[in-house]
Design a protein around this ligand. Structure first.
Ligand code: HEC
Length: 207
């Protein structure tokens, strides 16, 4: 009887042991990856060693990859990221779609070889289809063709798109999309111009 109970208790604990072992293995894997990056990353120009420092969201996404952080942690991180989104002071989300097109096409900025005094691009076509006239585009992200035409431009729709452009990790925690506002890649004006590319009825995205 006693043996039976002990066996039962032990087997009940096995999943816990497995979870702890899995976490230790991932911690170790991440520590090794970090050490390799520390040893091989060459700091140059604006791309300093600080580029290797992960914030809480990035660290959690790395730790639990290819899965997701546990629900409670994920909820806290999502809320933190969403709360940091800055909305336009004048309440106006839309700039000029022509300038937005230039931002979407521009892939330079933030690299060691780029001039930090120049504005960065959004490189949207690297991951998304937008203007169908642009035949070269990546497919990591969904097609944004007819984005505004399909959704209209009510306040909640614009607000959500603004939030996602600012920091997708406030909506999809381990998203691969760059955090254009959250990580100071694009200025408020550039974000408004890109929003116009997505929503202006005259934008080639909505034809
Ligand atoms: C490195 C790839 C990448 C780049 C660059 C990128 N995105 Fe994304 N984007 C994604 C992914 C992936 C998603 C889908 C959400 C997810 O799974 O993370 C997404 C989703 C979106 C969405 C939400 C789509 C929906 O279903 O409502 C919008 C809007 C968007 N991106 C706009 C842009 C714009 C504008 C730019 C350029 C300023 C841009 N993205 C640059 C990867 C990228």
């Amino acid at each position: 009887m006693r043996i039976w109970i002990t066996t039962l208790l032990l087997s009940a604990m096995l999943p816990l042991v497995a979870v702890a072992a899995d976490k230790a293995r991932k911690d170790d894997r991440n520590a090794q990856a970090f050490a390799v990056m520390q040893a091989s990353f060459v700091a140059k120009g604006q791309a300093g060693m600080d580029r290797l420092v992960q914030d809480k969201t990035q660290a959690a996404c790395s730790l639990y990859a290819p899965g997701m952080p546990p629900d409670a942690l994920a909820a806290t991180l999502l809320e933190d990221n969403r709360n940091r989104v800055k909305y336009p002071a004048d309440g106006n989300y839309l700039g000029d779609w022509k300038r937005g097109q230039a931002v979407a096409e521009e892939g330079r900025g933030k690299q060691s070889s780029d001039d930090p005094a120049e504005p960065s691009g959004g490189n949207c076509y690297a991951c998304h289809q937008l203007d169908p006239q642009q035949i070269a585009y990546g497919t990591i992200g969904p097609s944004l063709y007819r984005y505004g035409k399909l959704r209209g431009n009510s306040e909640p729709v614009l607000k959500l798109a603004w939030g996602m452009l600012n920091d997708m990790k406030g909506y999809i925690l381990c998203s691969a999309m760059p955090r254009f506002g959250g990580k100071d890649i694009l200025t408020e004006q550039q974000l408004k111009d890109v929003m116009a590319l997505l929503f202006d009825p005259d934008s080639p995205v909505n034809q």
